[in-house]
Design a protein around this ligand. Sequence first.
Ligand SMILES: Cc1ncc(COP(=O)(O)O)c(C=O)c1O
Length: 423
Amino acid sequence: MSDYVNIDQTRGRPGQKPGENAARADDIFDKALSSSNLARVEEAKDAGVYPYFKPILKQNGGRVTVEGREMIITGSNDYLGLTQDPRLKEAARAALDDYGTGCTGSRFLTGTLALHEELERRLAEFLNAEAVLTFSAGFLGALAVLSALAGRQDILYFDRENHASLYDGARLSFGTLRKYRHNNLADLERLLARDAGSPGGRMIVTDGVFSMSGHLADLPGIVELAREYGARVVVDDAHGTGVLGENGRGTAEYFGLEGEIDLTIGTFSKSFASLGGFVSGPGKVVDYVKHHARPFIFTAALPATQVATVLKALEIMETEPHHRESLWRNVEQLRHGLSSLGFETLSSESHIVPVLVGPDELTVVFWRALWEAGIFTTPALPPGVPVGQSIIRTSVNADHTPEQIERLLEVFAGVGQYLGVIG
Ligand SMILES: Cc1ncc(COP(=O)(O)O)c(C=O)c1O
C-alpha cells in the first residue's frame, strides 16, 4: 500500500466515468485540517498563553496600546525610534500626493519611480558602494540575490543560524548548501578545504547581526578565509545597518572591513522605519541581479510612501547621530541591568539582548507574567532558536526613556525570581 497516488491513476482509465473506481488521492489539506501544531495553538489560546499576533492599537515611543492598555514594548526592531518621527510621516504624505497609493507594476515595466532611483543613488553613497538595488521586502532581496547568483556548480557556505530568507534564497538557487556551526570558523574552514579543487564558485553567506542571539558574525575571520579559499562574502545586515559602526553603515563598518564585503543585503523594515530591502555591491553584479532575479522582476515595486520614508530616515541617520547614541545608551542600561540581575544573555554583543529561559513551556509562562505586568514582548521558541534554548528577545529603541527601561528591568527581576530563572 502506498500513500502516493500517481496523478494519472486518479484520472482513471479510458472510458471510465470520473470518480468510478478511481484511486483516491490524499487530501492535500489534511496536514492543515488535522494539524497537531494548530491544535496546540488552539489550546494555548484557550488557556490565555498564546503570545503571537497581538494587535497594537497605537504606538508612542517605547509604549504601545494593546487590548486597551498601555504597555512598555521590548523586542521591536524600530531601533532608532523613527517610525513615529513627524518628518518621516510628512515625507510619506508628500509622496502620497505626488505618486498615489501604489506602483501597480514591476520595477522592470511600469513600476520604476524617480524616487526609487534617487534612493538607490543615495544609499550607494551612504554605504560607499558602487551600486544599490532596492526590493519590495528584505526577504525578497535575499531570494533575489542568492537565486540569481548561485548556479549549478556553485557552493554556498552558511552559518547555521542564518535568517530564513537566506535559506529560502539558497533553496531557490541551483547552488549546493553547506552549513557550518554557528560562528565557528574552524568548521567553515574544514568545509572550504574539503571542497578545494572542485569546480564552481564559492560564497560565504552570513547574517551580520544574528537576529535572535544578538551575536555578531566574525567578519574578520570570514574575510580572511574567503581570501584564502577564493570565496565571495555576502552579509545580511538587516539588524546592523543604521545601528552599528561610527556612521551607522553596519557590521562591516564596525569591524573596519568596508570594501572587503562583496555584497550586503539589507532591509528597510528595521532602523529605516519602513518596508523594503536592498543589495549593495559592485555595479555589474547588482545589474545582473536586476536583470535575472525573479523575486525582483515578477513583483510590484515598493510604493512611493515607503521609499520617501526611507529617504528621510537615511537623511536623519546621516545628520543626526544622537539617535544612534541614545540607542546605545539604552542598550547599555538594558544589557547591564539584565546581566547584573543574573539573567543569561547568551553573550550578546549587540542591541539584541536575548534572555535565556530554556524550556518552551517555562518561556511561555515567563512571557505571560511579563504581559500581565505590562511588558509587551514575544518569546522565541524552536525552530526560531535551538531546542531547549527558548528566549525572550529583548531590545530597546532610541526613544525608550531610562524610566521605562528601569521598569522593564524591575518586572524581569520579579518574574525571573518567581519562576526560578534567576537566583
Ligand atoms: C536577518 C534578517 N534578514 C532579513 C529579514 C527580512 O527583512 P524584511 O522584513 O525586510 O523582509 C529579516 C527580518 O526579519 C531579518 O531579521
